[in-house]
Design a protein. Structure first.
Lengths: 239, 239
């Protein structure tokens, strides 16, 4: 049966990488997940050869189809769409992790993933139901970095802790026990940095989950943007 | 003559704060700049009293007008619009600054401004023509923080240096002389952190402008998101 490609919905078993750059990252990093690459005729002229060669090398079907590209692409000009089957990965227990509880802003999520890759932390735990990490908005904001990291869903922080027993956990929250810049020196062992979502942060139950940390800021703002907070924490923990 | 309010264009002498929260920040921080507040009837029910009281206290005209609100608001639901005259401020030479050369992404700009306020750096130099810091997208992304900082435009970094002679300047660029986390300790004096735009960064001419700095990251990404880089730099310089 022919799949009918429509604008993305969360319950799809596949998702889209919009744009040539994320699509190329997709094919290079997760070739076995690619269903096909859709291209609009407007892309023929510029840079299409690289993409065509890559698809040929990896045995990926490339279809020129203006109608479908227009139907499923976001409103901006988008000439290339990588269609791929959604997947999950197993986190690596020997490595450091970022854990995000109920992330809700897909743009922030993508920026965080790109920043993680920048600081060499490549394992992301998503805590609590609801987030759809392979949403095209997250894929796009990550600029394809999402295809280079491991991510796995956990129902609760308890489930995560059960799987990864004995790690150093650092929940970031207002009123955290330690300011990030005064944190006692750590042993060189894998850590997990835990962050709440954009609107609510982590709830009080996280205060007992490891060593709580706060990034001090003035009282002129309610909180730092989530992706900024994760970026600062990753910088400090990996430097 | 009655002003006709239309969707924002850069050459307007006024701009818009979309949403109740940024509008309230506008009225509290820059009451003399407010032209009027436009409200849609859908807002009557919830929380309109606070806004009405604030407008009365500051002598700001509040107009219920669904037609105009719908015409000029972005596509999301937006019930409150603060119309204000655009302005510039003088930077404070005794304080630390952030300088952005040709910023092009208004969402990033707003996030940076909010982060500056969070780290107590309240003076922003915009280098090079073109940027329109009071664009509604920047106002919105700053969540009103923009009304709490000073900002000033400079044609070139040379013009900026002429005005603020003898400061410590830190251009952030790939291949910067010092890694941020190994920067020699500084005297306690005002600093200026300089960043290029999202696409191109700072050009080579900035290497001689003060002490160039790099935030080290893996070669798996081309560069950190601009707002993340500014956030990390502000954290490190103010901690």
């Amino acid at each position: 049966m022919q799949t009918v490609y429509k604008p993305y919905k969360k319950d799809f078993e596949f998702s889209y990488a919009f744009g040539a750059f994320p699509t190329i990252e997709l094919i290079k990093s997760q070739p076995q997940k690619v269903v096909k690459v859709l291209v609009s005729s407007a892309y023929r002229e510029e840079g299409a050869e690289t993409l065509t060669a890559l698809c040929n090398a990896e045995g990926v079907e490339l279809e020129y189809n203006d109608h479908i590209v227009n139907r499923i692409s976001p409103k901006e000009n988008c000439f290339v769409i990588g269609v791929f089957n959604k997947y999950v990965c197993m986190l690596d227990g020997a490595k450091s992790h970022v854990a995000l509880a109920n992330p809700s802003n897909m743009g922030n999520l993508g920026t965080i993933i790109r920043t993680m890759l920048g600081f060499g932390v490549k394992d992301l735990a998503i805590i609590g139901g609801g987030a759809d990490i392979l949403d095209p908005k997250a894929v796009r904001a990550s600029m394809g970095a999402i295809f280079h990291i491991n991510f796995e869903y956990f129902d609760s922080i308890e489930d995560y802790k059960e799987r990864f027993d004995g790690r150093d956990l650092y929940p970031f929250m207002l009123g955290g026990e330690f300011a990030l810049n005064t944190l006692p020196s750590r042993e060189k062992k894998p850590f997990t940095l835990i962050f709440g979502n954009e609107a609510t942060g982590l709830d009080e139950s996280y205060r007992g989950v490891g060593q709580s940390v706060v990034i001090k800021h003035s009282n002129e703002i309610d909180s730092l943007n989530l992706s900024i907070a994760v970026g600062i924490a990753l910088y400090e923990f990996t430097k």
